[in-house]
Design a protein around this ligand. Sequence first.
Ligand code: OSB
Ligand code: MG
Length: 369
Amino acid sequence: MRVTAARLHRVRLPLVHAFATSSHRKAELDHILVELEDASGAIGWGEIASPSDPYYAPETVESCWHIAERYLLPAVLGQEWDEPEQVPRLWAKVRGNQFAKAGVDVAAWVLWSTLRGVPLAQALGGTRAEVTAGVSLGIEPTIDDLLTQVRRQVDAGYPRVKLKIAPGWDVEPVRAVRAEYPDLDLHVDANGIYSESAGHLAALLALDEFGLTMIEQPFAPRNLLAHTRLQRAVETPVCLDESVETLDDLETALSLEALRVLNIKVSRMGGLTAARAAHDLARASGIAVWCGGMHEFGIGRAANVALSSLPGFTLPSDVSASEKYYARDVVTPPVVARRGVVQVPESAGLGHGVDTDLIAATTIATASL
Ligand code: OSB
Ligand code: MG
């Protein structure tokens, strides 16, 4: 297989409900859609779902655009490859830049599975016909606003709710949600904002009494030892997200016993090949995994659904329906959830059409190579 043309589209979509984490608040998102085309005219779509600012990871939309246009796509164009696993090797010299790599990697997987006539999930080795979705809820202005959001999602049938937390917005919101939903599969995600030296430990220890499914990424990404210490002190499983960008990171974290659960994101791992390898290693190590999200548009969301069909994804994944985030998504049909369950598509490739009219109408920059 040989990619003979590539295009980038910077697409801006409004969020139906603004989302705040410990570091930022967003009402619209710019993601970069990647098109890879072979000599027969077949197209594979991918999505670079980097946040616009370097607060979750060091990348930005601009840095992703630059890396994709200047390094990744030139490395792929004109090269022969047989399996999508070979594509990341074409840019092996490029360090980091996981979001940019992930978008091109997904496009290669989608192109390959489309041409093979197999669903992306099957190409990856997926075994599930449907995947269970959880929702991720941002920091709200008040606890009442948060409870309104929780009720809406629980009423829609989502079986797991994750709450973003930050110092000062942790024990009380969790207590309030627990009081109303004693049995809900509930977990919290701090996006690395807590610090032992800033006196934040007491709040994290206090969360242990609420029967949370996990505490996700309380400390800074490189601070694995703080996660090890917390895991020794609490019953609640510690989950890593930002800390694990490569398989080497995962091996280190496992040997330090810094986690009992792993959030696997296609974007953060640099693509489906690496995400699947992380799944394999975690599974072999007895670590539960689930698929995290980055508010993907439909293309990245469909890739997350395909990945979530692998057998080790035993916890609900952040693959909630398109409509939770976008009034109109870039894929047709959109990703839908019924009572928190998403069907894994059975048609070849992405398993969704791509709405090129919407993309044309919402594109704010393009590049062709
Ligand atoms: O840590 O999972 C995270 C969104 C932006 C930055 C970080 C994170 C998130 C989410 C998104 O929680 C969840 C989703 O896409 O459904
Ligand atoms: Mg997270």
